[in-house]
Design a protein around this ligand. Structure first.
Ligand code: IPD
Ligand code: CA
Ligand code: CA
Length: 263
């Protein structure tokens, strides 16, 4: 598997940030037992990881623009290239000592995602994709699962929580999907949900109220693994609508229909 120079930079950066998160995660596990909990510590870990990513990418490509979860948008002199970064996806898992979180870095060129890296330091699983070059888990080429009937599938989702998302609408969607599938999973890290679909571990996934940094790298991974990606209306406006539905051609289509079934 030959990686381009820019993908190599992204991989080295994600691993460096991931190592920093892994060190902090050890401390978070110790802090679970304290009454105050590890809240402040987690927020520092998040910022530390983002700082590492910003510094490394700025050094490698000084002109590119940034969209980062914590620092927001930073315009570079090159507005054609934009990094889209979630330094710690799965914060709630991280906070609770659940080893299911990741660094997510995507590169957009003229509005198109052209490279993506998702790194889970707890499992040392590195997902990479380049437009037209396929998707990989470490050195293994990825392909979405081939199941064609919902009844055989495991589907990932994100459950809205206090103050987030449309709870009533979500319950309708969940009721529709749970009636037709063999299992539903809630990983707690959207980037890993998408990576798991690319890896054929989940047959499909849907979620609402996401941000571009939750999905950018994962969208490319799913596409490059042969999967279909859209918003809930079947369009390509995931960043604007904030929702996403993915799967192989059959499961993606079936999910779109099932989600919209009337009550
Ligand atoms: C969250 C995770 C989670 C999803 C939330 C996201 P964060 O990102 O991806 O799985 O359900 O909608 O906000 O806050 O942990 O970076
Ligand atoms: Ca996130
Ligand atoms: Ca985050």
């Amino acid at each position: 598997m030959a990686r381009s120079a820019v993908l190599n930079v992204m991989v080295q950066t994600a691993i460096k940030a991931g190592r920093s998160l892994a060190r902090d995660f050890g401390e978070v596990q110790n802090l679970q037992v304290s009454l105050k909990g590890p809240g402040d510590y987690v927020s520092q870990a998040d910022h530390r990881a983002e700082k590492i990513i910003h510094t490394e990418l700025l050094r490698a490509r000084p002109d590119y623009s940034f969209l980062m979860e914590e620092a927001g948008a930073i315009e570079g002199t090159d507005s054609q290239h934009r990094w889209i970064i979630d330094p710690l996806d799965g914060t709630t898992n991280f906070l609770h000592g659940i080893p299911m979180f990741a660094v997510s870095i995507a590169l957009e060129r003229q509005g198109q995602i052209v490279a993506g890296v998702i790194y889970n330091p707890s499992t040392d699983e590195l997902y990479t994709a380049e437009r037209g070059g396929g998707a990989f888990l470490n050195d293994r080429r990825l392909r979405v699962a081939a199941r064609t009937k919902l009844v055989d599938t495991v589907i990932g989702t994100g459950v809205p929580n206090i103050g987030r998302g449309h709870h009533g609408q979500y319950l309708v969607e969940l009721r529709n999907v749970m009636a037709e599938v063999s299992g539903i999973r809630r990983m707690g890290a959207a980037s890993l949900d998408l990576a798991f679909v690319a890896a054929g571990r989940q047959d499909g996934y849907w979620e609402d109220a996401l941000q571009p940094w939750d999905m950018a790298a994962g969208i490319l991974l799913v596409r490059e693994a042969g999967g279909f990606v859209s918003d809930k209306d079947g369009g390509q406006n995931m960043f604007d609508t904030k929702n996403i539905v993915v799967g192989n051609e059959h499961i993606h289509g079936a999910l779109l229909k099932t989600l919209k079934k009337p009550v």
